[in-house]
Design a binder for this molecule. Structure first.
Ligand code: GLY
Length: 420
Protein backbone atom coordinates (compact mmCIF):
# COMPACT_ATOMS: atom_id res chain seq x y z
CA UNK A 1 0.00 0.00 0.00
CA UNK A 2 1.27 3.45 -0.79
CA UNK A 3 -0.45 6.44 0.73
CA UNK A 4 -0.89 9.59 -1.29
CA UNK A 5 -1.21 12.72 0.83
CA UNK A 6 -4.76 12.00 2.18
CA UNK A 7 -7.49 14.37 1.03
CA UNK A 8 -9.03 14.89 4.50
CA UNK A 9 -5.64 15.86 5.91
CA UNK A 10 -5.06 18.24 3.04
CA UNK A 11 -8.48 19.84 3.69
CA UNK A 12 -7.49 20.37 7.36
CA UNK A 13 -4.15 21.82 6.33
CA UNK A 14 -5.81 24.05 3.73
CA UNK A 15 -8.10 25.41 6.45
CA UNK A 16 -4.99 26.25 8.44
CA UNK A 17 -3.58 28.04 5.45
CA UNK A 18 -6.78 29.98 4.76
CA UNK A 19 -6.92 31.10 8.39
CA UNK A 20 -3.62 32.86 7.79
CA UNK A 21 -4.10 33.77 4.15
CA UNK A 22 -1.56 36.58 4.03
CA UNK A 23 1.18 34.40 5.44
CA UNK A 24 0.15 31.71 2.94
CA UNK A 25 0.52 34.08 -0.01
CA UNK A 26 3.85 35.32 1.30
CA UNK A 27 5.13 31.78 1.70
CA UNK A 28 4.04 30.85 -1.84
CA UNK A 29 5.92 33.90 -3.18
CA UNK A 30 8.98 32.97 -1.18
CA UNK A 31 8.85 29.51 -2.65
CA UNK A 32 8.53 30.84 -6.22
CA UNK A 33 11.53 33.07 -5.55
CA UNK A 34 13.54 30.14 -4.21
CA UNK A 35 12.97 28.22 -7.45
CA UNK A 36 13.78 31.29 -9.59
CA UNK A 37 17.00 31.54 -7.62
CA UNK A 38 17.63 27.81 -8.11
CA UNK A 39 17.33 28.26 -11.89
CA UNK A 40 19.79 31.15 -11.84
CA UNK A 41 22.31 29.23 -9.74
CA UNK A 42 21.97 25.71 -11.12
CA UNK A 43 21.78 26.42 -14.90
CA UNK A 44 25.32 27.87 -15.06
CA UNK A 45 26.48 25.23 -12.57
CA UNK A 46 25.15 22.42 -14.78
CA UNK A 47 26.63 24.03 -17.92
CA UNK A 48 30.00 24.43 -16.29
CA UNK A 49 30.03 20.84 -14.95
CA UNK A 50 29.22 19.47 -18.41
CA UNK A 51 31.90 21.60 -20.06
CA UNK A 52 34.70 21.28 -17.51
CA UNK A 53 34.04 18.20 -15.33
CA UNK A 54 32.12 15.67 -17.45
CA UNK A 55 31.06 12.59 -15.47
CA UNK A 56 31.21 14.37 -12.12
CA UNK A 57 28.57 15.97 -9.91
CA UNK A 58 28.80 19.12 -7.75
CA UNK A 59 28.53 18.63 -4.01
CA UNK A 60 30.17 21.28 -1.78
CA UNK A 61 33.09 23.71 -1.36
CA UNK A 62 36.59 22.53 -0.47
CA UNK A 63 38.68 24.19 2.27
CA UNK A 64 40.62 25.99 -0.49
CA UNK A 65 37.40 27.58 -1.71
CA UNK A 66 37.06 25.58 -4.93
CA UNK A 67 34.04 23.49 -5.89
CA UNK A 68 34.02 19.97 -4.45
CA UNK A 69 32.64 17.53 -6.99
CA UNK A 70 32.19 13.76 -6.81
CA UNK A 71 32.08 10.73 -9.10
CA UNK A 72 28.86 8.71 -9.46
CA UNK A 73 30.03 6.16 -6.84
CA UNK A 74 29.89 8.79 -4.07
CA UNK A 75 26.93 8.48 -1.69
CA UNK A 76 25.92 12.06 -2.58
CA UNK A 77 25.85 11.59 -6.36
CA UNK A 78 22.04 11.42 -6.66
CA UNK A 79 21.28 14.76 -5.05
CA UNK A 80 22.31 17.09 -7.88
CA UNK A 81 20.28 15.24 -10.54
CA UNK A 82 17.44 14.99 -8.00
CA UNK A 83 17.47 18.75 -7.45
CA UNK A 84 17.41 19.30 -11.21
CA UNK A 85 14.32 17.06 -11.42
CA UNK A 86 12.65 19.09 -8.65
CA UNK A 87 13.39 22.38 -10.42
CA UNK A 88 11.88 20.92 -13.59
CA UNK A 89 8.84 19.68 -11.66
CA UNK A 90 8.18 23.03 -9.99
CA UNK A 91 8.90 25.34 -12.89
CA UNK A 92 8.19 23.19 -15.96
CA UNK A 93 11.44 24.55 -17.41
CA UNK A 94 12.34 22.06 -20.17
CA UNK A 95 16.04 22.94 -20.05
CA UNK A 96 16.06 21.50 -16.53
CA UNK A 97 14.49 18.27 -17.74
CA UNK A 98 17.39 17.96 -20.18
CA UNK A 99 19.93 18.74 -17.44
CA UNK A 100 18.24 16.27 -15.08
CA UNK A 101 18.31 13.48 -17.67
CA UNK A 102 21.93 14.18 -18.51
CA UNK A 103 23.18 14.02 -14.91
CA UNK A 104 20.89 11.11 -13.98
CA UNK A 105 22.49 8.98 -16.71
CA UNK A 106 25.90 9.39 -15.06
CA UNK A 107 24.64 7.03 -12.33
CA UNK A 108 23.44 4.21 -14.58
CA UNK A 109 26.16 1.73 -13.66
CA UNK A 110 25.64 2.32 -9.93
CA UNK A 111 22.48 0.18 -10.06
CA UNK A 112 24.73 -2.91 -9.87
CA UNK A 113 26.88 -1.79 -6.94
CA UNK A 114 26.45 -3.85 -3.75
CA UNK A 115 29.22 -2.32 -1.63
CA UNK A 116 27.13 0.58 -0.30
CA UNK A 117 23.89 0.93 1.62
CA UNK A 118 23.44 4.39 0.15
CA UNK A 119 21.83 3.16 -3.06
CA UNK A 120 18.55 4.64 -1.91
CA UNK A 121 20.01 8.13 -1.75
CA UNK A 122 21.94 7.66 -4.97
CA UNK A 123 19.40 5.90 -7.14
CA UNK A 124 16.04 6.98 -5.75
CA UNK A 125 16.81 10.71 -5.75
CA UNK A 126 18.01 10.45 -9.35
CA UNK A 127 16.30 7.55 -11.16
CA UNK A 128 13.32 7.43 -8.77
CA UNK A 129 12.43 11.03 -9.56
CA UNK A 130 13.22 10.44 -13.24
CA UNK A 131 10.68 7.61 -13.38
CA UNK A 132 8.08 9.49 -11.33
CA UNK A 133 8.23 12.49 -13.63
CA UNK A 134 8.64 10.82 -17.03
CA UNK A 135 7.14 7.33 -16.64
CA UNK A 136 9.95 5.92 -18.81
CA UNK A 137 10.31 2.14 -18.38
CA UNK A 138 14.09 2.27 -18.59
CA UNK A 139 14.15 4.38 -15.41
CA UNK A 140 11.83 1.98 -13.64
CA UNK A 141 14.10 -0.96 -14.46
CA UNK A 142 17.08 0.85 -12.96
CA UNK A 143 15.13 1.52 -9.75
CA UNK A 144 14.23 -2.17 -9.37
CA UNK A 145 17.76 -3.38 -10.16
CA UNK A 146 19.15 -0.90 -7.62
CA UNK A 147 16.80 -2.31 -4.97
CA UNK A 148 18.01 -5.82 -5.82
CA UNK A 149 21.59 -4.69 -5.29
CA UNK A 150 20.69 -3.03 -1.97
CA UNK A 151 18.82 -6.12 -0.82
CA UNK A 152 22.06 -8.17 -0.96
CA UNK A 153 23.13 -6.28 2.17
CA UNK A 154 20.16 -7.56 4.18
CA UNK A 155 20.89 -10.15 6.88
CA UNK A 156 17.95 -12.32 7.93
CA UNK A 157 19.77 -12.98 11.23
CA UNK A 158 20.08 -9.31 12.14
CA UNK A 159 16.94 -8.30 10.26
CA UNK A 160 18.66 -5.19 8.89
CA UNK A 161 20.59 -3.87 5.93
CA UNK A 162 24.25 -3.47 6.77
CA UNK A 163 25.43 0.12 6.49
CA UNK A 164 29.20 -0.14 6.53
CA UNK A 165 31.68 -2.94 6.13
CA UNK A 166 33.04 -4.62 9.29
CA UNK A 167 36.05 -2.97 10.87
CA UNK A 168 38.60 -4.34 13.33
CA UNK A 169 39.06 -1.89 16.18
CA UNK A 170 41.29 -1.96 19.21
CA UNK A 171 40.18 -3.71 22.42
CA UNK A 172 36.58 -3.60 21.25
CA UNK A 173 36.70 0.16 20.67
CA UNK A 174 35.68 1.32 17.21
CA UNK A 175 35.08 -2.28 16.18
CA UNK A 176 32.09 -2.86 13.95
CA UNK A 177 30.76 -6.23 12.98
CA UNK A 178 27.43 -5.29 11.46
CA UNK A 179 26.94 -1.53 11.81
CA UNK A 180 23.61 0.07 11.01
CA UNK A 181 23.33 3.85 10.95
CA UNK A 182 20.13 5.83 11.44
CA UNK A 183 20.64 7.37 7.97
CA UNK A 184 19.83 3.96 6.52
CA UNK A 185 16.12 4.58 7.17
CA UNK A 186 16.21 6.79 4.09
CA UNK A 187 17.29 3.95 1.84
CA UNK A 188 14.10 2.02 2.64
CA UNK A 189 12.16 4.19 0.18
CA UNK A 190 13.99 2.47 -2.67
CA UNK A 191 12.98 -0.95 -1.33
CA UNK A 192 9.32 -0.06 -0.73
CA UNK A 193 9.08 1.53 -4.15
CA UNK A 194 10.72 -1.45 -5.87
CA UNK A 195 8.02 -3.74 -4.47
CA UNK A 196 5.34 -1.36 -5.68
CA UNK A 197 6.89 -1.26 -9.16
CA UNK A 198 7.83 -4.93 -9.52
CA UNK A 199 5.27 -6.77 -7.38
CA UNK A 200 8.12 -8.60 -5.61
CA UNK A 201 7.28 -8.33 -1.90
CA UNK A 202 10.78 -9.33 -0.76
CA UNK A 203 11.99 -5.73 -0.77
CA UNK A 204 9.00 -4.49 1.23
CA UNK A 205 9.49 -7.21 3.87
CA UNK A 206 13.16 -6.33 4.27
CA UNK A 207 12.31 -2.66 4.68
CA UNK A 208 9.71 -3.45 7.38
CA UNK A 209 12.16 -5.69 9.26
CA UNK A 210 14.86 -3.00 9.09
CA UNK A 211 12.46 -0.30 10.30
CA UNK A 212 11.20 -2.43 13.21
CA UNK A 213 14.71 -3.18 14.43
CA UNK A 214 15.69 0.47 14.06
CA UNK A 215 12.63 1.51 16.03
CA UNK A 216 13.71 -0.80 18.83
CA UNK A 217 17.46 -0.16 18.89
CA UNK A 218 18.21 3.30 17.49
CA UNK A 219 15.61 5.26 19.45
CA UNK A 220 15.95 6.21 23.11
CA UNK A 221 12.37 5.64 24.13
CA UNK A 222 12.60 7.85 27.21
CA UNK A 223 12.86 11.06 25.15
CA UNK A 224 12.68 9.92 21.49
CA UNK A 225 16.16 11.05 20.63
CA UNK A 226 18.34 8.79 18.47
CA UNK A 227 21.62 6.94 18.39
CA UNK A 228 23.68 7.28 15.25
CA UNK A 229 25.25 3.80 14.95
CA UNK A 230 24.02 0.46 16.29
CA UNK A 231 26.46 -2.40 15.95
CA UNK A 232 24.89 -5.87 15.77
CA UNK A 233 26.40 -9.30 16.20
CA UNK A 234 26.05 -10.83 12.73
CA UNK A 235 25.89 -14.39 14.16
CA UNK A 236 23.12 -13.78 16.72
CA UNK A 237 21.53 -10.45 15.78
CA UNK A 238 22.17 -9.13 19.31
CA UNK A 239 22.98 -5.43 19.80
CA UNK A 240 26.68 -5.08 20.66
CA UNK A 241 26.84 -1.33 21.10
CA UNK A 242 25.14 1.98 20.34
CA UNK A 243 27.58 4.72 19.38
CA UNK A 244 28.15 7.74 17.19
CA UNK A 245 30.46 8.60 14.32
CA UNK A 246 29.17 11.99 13.29
CA UNK A 247 27.64 13.20 16.56
CA UNK A 248 29.18 14.75 19.67
CA UNK A 249 28.90 11.80 22.08
CA UNK A 250 27.58 8.26 21.97
CA UNK A 251 24.58 9.35 24.07
CA UNK A 252 24.04 12.69 22.29
CA UNK A 253 21.68 13.41 19.41
CA UNK A 254 23.29 14.17 16.09
CA UNK A 255 20.97 16.65 14.39
CA UNK A 256 20.91 15.15 10.92
CA UNK A 257 20.47 11.67 12.40
CA UNK A 258 17.27 12.82 14.12
CA UNK A 259 16.18 14.34 10.81
CA UNK A 260 16.79 11.09 8.90
CA UNK A 261 14.74 9.26 11.54
CA UNK A 262 11.74 11.62 11.31
CA UNK A 263 11.72 11.44 7.53
CA UNK A 264 12.44 7.68 7.46
CA UNK A 265 9.63 6.57 9.77
CA UNK A 266 7.21 8.91 7.97
CA UNK A 267 7.96 7.21 4.67
CA UNK A 268 7.50 3.82 6.33
CA UNK A 269 4.00 4.90 7.33
CA UNK A 270 3.38 6.07 3.77
CA UNK A 271 4.10 2.60 2.38
CA UNK A 272 2.69 0.39 5.16
CA UNK A 273 -0.10 2.30 6.93
CA UNK A 274 1.29 0.91 10.21
CA UNK A 275 0.38 3.45 12.91
CA UNK A 276 3.42 2.44 15.00
CA UNK A 277 5.55 4.26 12.41
CA UNK A 278 3.25 7.29 12.44
CA UNK A 279 3.39 7.50 16.23
CA UNK A 280 7.15 7.14 16.42
CA UNK A 281 7.69 9.71 13.65
CA UNK A 282 5.59 12.20 15.61
CA UNK A 283 7.48 11.53 18.82
CA UNK A 284 10.80 11.98 17.01
CA UNK A 285 9.47 15.24 15.56
CA UNK A 286 8.27 16.38 19.02
CA UNK A 287 11.83 15.93 20.31
CA UNK A 288 12.81 18.70 17.90
CA UNK A 289 9.72 20.88 18.14
CA UNK A 290 9.83 21.00 21.97
CA UNK A 291 13.59 21.16 22.23
CA UNK A 292 14.88 24.18 24.16
CA UNK A 293 18.20 23.76 22.34
CA UNK A 294 16.63 24.43 18.94
CA UNK A 295 17.75 27.97 18.05
CA UNK A 296 15.21 30.74 17.48
CA UNK A 297 15.52 30.42 13.68
CA UNK A 298 14.83 26.63 13.93
CA UNK A 299 18.07 25.63 12.21
CA UNK A 300 19.78 23.17 14.58
CA UNK A 301 23.39 23.17 15.71
CA UNK A 302 25.18 20.08 14.32
CA UNK A 303 24.39 18.10 17.50
CA UNK A 304 21.78 18.91 20.17
CA UNK A 305 24.16 18.24 23.09
CA UNK A 306 27.47 19.89 22.15
CA UNK A 307 29.48 20.66 25.27
CA UNK A 308 26.76 19.61 27.71
CA UNK A 309 27.41 17.94 31.02
CA UNK A 310 26.76 14.21 30.90
CA UNK A 311 27.85 13.90 27.27
CA UNK A 312 31.41 12.66 26.89
CA UNK A 313 32.70 13.69 23.46
CA UNK A 314 33.97 10.92 21.20
CA UNK A 315 37.09 12.99 20.57
CA UNK A 316 38.86 15.82 22.35
CA UNK A 317 37.79 19.30 21.37
CA UNK A 318 39.33 22.66 22.16
CA UNK A 319 37.07 25.13 24.00
CA UNK A 320 36.91 27.12 20.72
CA UNK A 321 35.63 24.07 18.84
CA UNK A 322 32.97 23.47 21.48
CA UNK A 323 31.92 27.13 21.33
CA UNK A 324 31.85 27.16 17.52
CA UNK A 325 28.52 25.30 17.28
CA UNK A 326 27.98 25.60 13.52
CA UNK A 327 24.41 25.12 12.33
CA UNK A 328 23.43 22.30 10.05
CA UNK A 329 21.09 23.66 7.38
CA UNK A 330 20.89 20.19 5.83
CA UNK A 331 19.29 18.78 9.00
CA UNK A 332 16.65 21.52 8.87
CA UNK A 333 15.96 20.88 5.18
CA UNK A 334 15.50 17.13 5.74
CA UNK A 335 13.26 17.74 8.76
CA UNK A 336 11.14 20.37 7.02
CA UNK A 337 10.45 17.96 4.18
CA UNK A 338 9.74 15.03 6.52
CA UNK A 339 7.53 17.10 8.85
CA UNK A 340 5.42 18.41 5.97
CA UNK A 341 4.62 14.89 4.82
CA UNK A 342 4.06 13.77 8.42
CA UNK A 343 1.58 16.63 8.88
CA UNK A 344 -0.63 15.15 6.16
CA UNK A 345 -1.07 11.94 8.20
CA UNK A 346 -1.37 13.52 11.67
CA UNK A 347 -4.27 14.92 13.70
CA UNK A 348 -5.16 18.59 13.33
CA UNK A 349 -3.30 19.94 16.35
CA UNK A 350 -0.15 17.98 15.60
CA UNK A 351 -0.33 18.88 11.89
CA UNK A 352 -0.45 22.56 12.82
CA UNK A 353 2.66 22.21 14.97
CA UNK A 354 4.53 20.28 12.30
CA UNK A 355 3.63 22.75 9.56
CA UNK A 356 4.54 25.75 11.73
CA UNK A 357 7.97 24.27 12.50
CA UNK A 358 8.64 23.27 8.90
CA UNK A 359 7.58 26.72 7.67
CA UNK A 360 9.87 28.39 10.18
CA UNK A 361 12.78 26.28 9.00
CA UNK A 362 12.01 27.00 5.35
CA UNK A 363 11.67 30.75 5.96
CA UNK A 364 15.05 30.76 7.69
CA UNK A 365 16.65 28.70 4.93
CA UNK A 366 15.19 31.04 2.30
CA UNK A 367 16.55 34.12 4.04
CA UNK A 368 19.87 35.76 3.25
CA UNK A 369 21.27 34.08 6.36
CA UNK A 370 21.25 30.70 4.60
CA UNK A 371 20.49 31.28 0.89
CA UNK A 372 23.53 32.40 -1.07
CA UNK A 373 23.46 35.37 -3.43
CA UNK A 374 23.31 34.49 -7.12
CA UNK A 375 26.81 33.82 -8.43
CA UNK A 376 28.20 33.06 -4.96
CA UNK A 377 28.62 29.85 -2.92
CA UNK A 378 29.98 28.07 -6.03
CA UNK A 379 26.36 28.30 -7.21
CA UNK A 380 25.06 25.91 -4.58
CA UNK A 381 21.81 27.20 -3.06
CA UNK A 382 22.21 26.97 0.71
CA UNK A 383 25.11 27.85 2.98
CA UNK A 384 25.96 26.56 6.48
CA UNK A 385 25.76 22.77 6.64
CA UNK A 386 28.00 20.23 8.35
CA UNK A 387 28.91 16.71 7.26
CA UNK A 388 31.01 15.37 10.14
CA UNK A 389 32.24 17.75 12.82
CA UNK A 390 34.26 15.12 14.79
CA UNK A 391 36.54 14.47 11.81
CA UNK A 392 36.55 18.07 10.58
CA UNK A 393 34.82 17.16 7.36
CA UNK A 394 32.74 19.76 5.49
CA UNK A 395 31.98 22.19 8.30
CA UNK A 396 29.87 25.27 7.60
CA UNK A 397 29.70 24.69 3.86
CA UNK A 398 27.03 24.11 1.21
CA UNK A 399 26.03 20.47 0.71
CA UNK A 400 24.16 18.98 -2.25
CA UNK A 401 21.69 17.20 0.00
CA UNK A 402 20.79 20.39 1.88
CA UNK A 403 19.75 21.87 -1.48
CA UNK A 404 17.88 18.70 -2.50
CA UNK A 405 15.71 18.40 0.62
CA UNK A 406 15.13 22.16 0.73
CA UNK A 407 13.69 22.09 -2.81
CA UNK A 408 11.72 18.93 -1.99
CA UNK A 409 10.24 20.57 1.13
CA UNK A 410 9.13 23.63 -0.86
CA UNK A 411 7.57 21.38 -3.48
CA UNK A 412 5.75 19.45 -0.76
CA UNK A 413 4.48 22.65 0.82
CA UNK A 414 3.13 23.73 -2.56
CA UNK A 415 1.49 20.37 -3.21
CA UNK A 416 -0.21 20.41 0.21
CA UNK A 417 -1.36 24.00 0.13
CA UNK A 418 -2.42 23.94 -3.48
CA UNK A 419 -0.09 26.57 -4.80
CA UNK A 420 1.26 24.22 -7.52
N1 GLY B 1 24.54 9.68 5.36
C1 GLY B 1 25.65 10.43 5.78
C2 GLY B 1 25.31 11.73 6.40
O1 GLY B 1 24.20 12.06 6.68
O2 GLY B 1 26.26 12.48 6.61
Amino acid sequence: MKKAFPLCAIVVLMALAVSCADAHIKFARMSDKAFENAIEQYAPLADSMMANRPGRLPHSIKPDGTLADVPPISWVSGFFPGSLWYIYEYTGNEAFKAYAEHFTHYLEKIQHVTKTHDLGFMMYCSYGNAYRLTGKEEYKDVVVTSAKSLSTRFSPVVGCIKSWEPRVGCNGVDQWDFPVIIDNMMNLELLFEATRLSGDSTFHKMAVSHANNTMQNHIRHEDYSTYHVVNYNPETGAVEHQRTQQGFADNSTWSRGQAWAIYGFTLCYRYTGDVAYLEIANKLADFVINNPRLPEDAIPVWDYNVGEEGFVPVKEYTPEQIAQKPRDASAAAVMASGMLELATYSNEAQAARLVATAEKMLCSLSSKNYTAKVGENKRMLLMHSVTAFPVGREIDVPLSYADYYYLEALLRWNKIFGAK
